[in-house]
Design a protein around this ligand. Sequence first.
Ligand code: FAD
Ligand code: SF4
Ligand code: SF4
Length: 464
Amino acid sequence: MTGKNISKLEKVISGGYCIGCGGCAVDDNNITIRDDIFGMPQAEIERNSFSDEICPFASTISEDEISDRLYKQNTSYDERIGRYISNYIGFVAEPGYRDSGSSGGMVSWVLAQLFLRGEIDGVIHVGTQRGSGYAYRVSETLDEIVENSKSRYYPVHYDEVLKSILGNGKKYAFVGVPCFVKSVRLLSLKNEDIAKSVKYCIAIFCGHMKTKAFSEMISMQQGISPSKLKSVDFRVKTKHLPASNYNNQVCYTESTGEERYCEPVPISDLYGLDWGLGYFKPRACDWCDDIAGETADLSCGDAWLPEVVNDPHGNNILITRNLLIDSIINDGIENGSLVLSSTNVEKVYESQAGNYRHRREGLSVRIADANKSKTWAPAKRTNASSFEVSARRQALYRHRGKISIRSHSAFIEAKNRNSFLFFMIKMLPYEIFYHFLNRRPIRGTVKTLYQYGQYAKRVFSASS
Ligand SMILES: Cc1cc2nc3c(=O)[nH]c(=O)nc-3n(C[C@H](O)[C@H](O)[C@H](O)COP(=O)(O)OP(=O)(O)OC[C@H]3O[C@@H](n4cnc5c(N)ncnc54)[C@H](O)[C@@H]3O)c2cc1C
Ligand code: SF4
Ligand code: SF4
């Protein structure tokens, strides 16, 4: 597969820009999704494939073009969040959603409403996988839809599940991170059966994906070997901590086969949970500028805003693009099921400001670097001159890329040595330099050392 016949899809895969969504594998049976050595699903092509127009990183169709086709009427536009009818902030008051959801429970509540009104027969979303970890699944009862709530910071692919429902005559809502929704939209443009089966798409906002090593890192620092790990509940709420300091809880299997749970631990006490550092981030995420799921009927995120972040129960920030979903939400507000207030694009941006900076401003730096080194990279709406970036911030964006790359290899070495301390030591110089570039040399370093201390405390109490 060399020379001028190389497809863009192959360039995506060989260049490390594949997020492993599985869209191309739905389109072409010669493509299989398999985990790479870092625990990241990746497309593998048997023979030449030209499923370019399905791939969110190879297609020439941008998020703007897709959303123009779907939502041009009845919506306003802002380049940060794409097309929108309304923006809201708040949570589900109806019992059974907020407490079991990641933020305010809005994704599961809207899915339930679509199901109860007969708009859909089921939901394609992510839930627990038999054995260990998480996977895409189909939920066709109300209980299943709600039971499979919560964010899974775990890499998944949807090809097998989507193929399994095609032609069954039923209608579904698909839930995914923005790039997954984009690939489902691209599939729907090409394949009428998919367009008919996937009636609604709901996006969850996305900072970046994590490889499977992220879960293993969380379990290893609590003394649980990756071979025993069953799953991590990434979003356990507590009554006394701000929503942003949610807990992680590890579930593992004893050698007797018995399932056990570690005590939930706040993310501030765990090493490597600062999302700004970008540990275990796939390269694709540094080439993605859709934070707000611009091709989805509804996008839901965490309202990381000072006015609500201290509420431990969690709040959503929402963007509606579909008239029916917007009216379902308004009915919910009127009948008291939802406690939502209207908000504006500024607030949506503010709730994800750091994410926007890295993914838009930082992307312009990455594009300039790729242009300079004549490296092929996916076409983006951002370009090299979209932003003026200071030298320090350029260095910060580049350093984050180095942290991600080093975290993948250092963790493999740490696993081979069965030593989490090895990983922490390997990453320490990267973290300290990051804090320096991020203008938090003292605060950042103290935080890192505190996490070292928490780790030492856990090791000590386990051995005494
Ligand atoms: C990798 C990742 C990164 C994220 N980054 C951000 C961020 O930077 N900023 C932000 O505001 N929000 C982010 N989120 C979204 C956020 O964590 C919440 O999912 C969102 O606020 C919805 O909360 P909820 O209470 O309304 O959803 P819930 O009612 O809890 O429902 C969540 C739904 O999402 C589905 N789901 C869970 N994990 C996945 C997955 N990996 N892929 C597809 N579907 C899934 C579940 O099956 C469920 O249907 C991220 C989520 C993921 C998975
Ligand atoms: S990102 Fe998705 S569509 Fe593109 S190559 Fe990877 S698996 Fe295929
Ligand atoms: S950051 Fe973009 S590419 Fe990465 S998982 Fe999220 S939506 Fe997909």
